[in-house]
Design a protein around this ligand. Structure first.
Ligand code: MN
Length: 233
């Protein structure tokens, strides 16, 4: 196992906590639920708003999805209207606006990130992955539990707003966290799952206790099947 300390932590930086061999997976796979449409649509949630209770309340989901995610979609559509971006895919906008148009990048990435986050959770989730994903986690991190711990730590220690990620880069499984809206695809990674650690993801239910939110997510909601499907795709 290899652990790298935080380095170069500007607001766009990633912290990669481990990387070693795993199945090689290419980049650029489409995001489930985000088919190209003009304007972009808010995709439906994969479960009912109250389905993640008691770990994430319907009230949190109603604001997080109905206000925050919907707001990013609305602002993205307004920003691309009448511009050359209007004919681009969401991934093209994210990669093309990165370091060029922060407002567009942030809204586009947040649209992508939130759709991916909803799919990274499910009622009756948590537990342990199996198959190739479990094997890759054990190979890279020593054990499945150690990998889960790395993901929890990366998510807990992300300062301020951001995201925890399980990704593939150059055929290697890694855990990362990103600041604000930053999406790993701009750094050549293929995300397998994500955890939102912006305060709006947990404050109504947990106030400042991000660790309790993360424990609820990891033990009861995380959708390893989604990550396994992304690994295989
Ligand atoms: Mn969010």
């Amino acid at each position: 196992m290899q652990t790298k300390p935080a380095k170069g932590m500007d607001r766009r930086s990633f912290i990669k906590t481990a990387a070693l061999g795993a199945a090689a997976v290419g980049l650029g796979a489409g995001l489930p639920g985000v088919a190209r449409a003009e304007p972009f649509k808010l995709p439906p949630l994969p479960w009912a708003e109250n389905a993640l209770e008691p770990y994430i309340s319907a009230r949190t989901i109603s604001f997080h999805y109905g206000k925050h995610h919907a707001g990013y979609v609305r602002k993205l559509n307004a920003a691309i209207k009448g511009t050359p971006w209007a004919s681009k895919s969401l991934e093209e906008i994210i990669k093309g606006s990165y370091n060029k148009d922060d407002y567009l990048f942030n809204n586009a990435a947040q649209v992508w990130n939130h759709t991916f986050y909803w799919n990274s959770l499910k009622p009756g989730g948590g537990g342990r992955p199996s198959g190739d994903l479990a094997a890759a986690m054990a190979t890279v991190f020593g054990s499945v539990d150690a990998c889960k711990e790395h993901l929890l730590n990366a998510s807990a220690k992300r300062f301020g707003s951001g995201w925890g990620w399980l990704c593939i880069k150059d055929g290697k499984l890694l855990v990362a966290s990103s600041a604000n809206a930053l999406n790993p695809i701009v750094d050549g990674m293929k995300p397998l799952l994500t955890i939102d650690v912006w305060e709006h993801a947990y404050y109504l239910d947990y106030q400042n206790r991000r660790g309790d939110y993360l424990k609820g997510v990891m033990d009861h909601l995380i959708n390893w099947d989604f990550a396994a499907r992304n690994l295989a795709s």
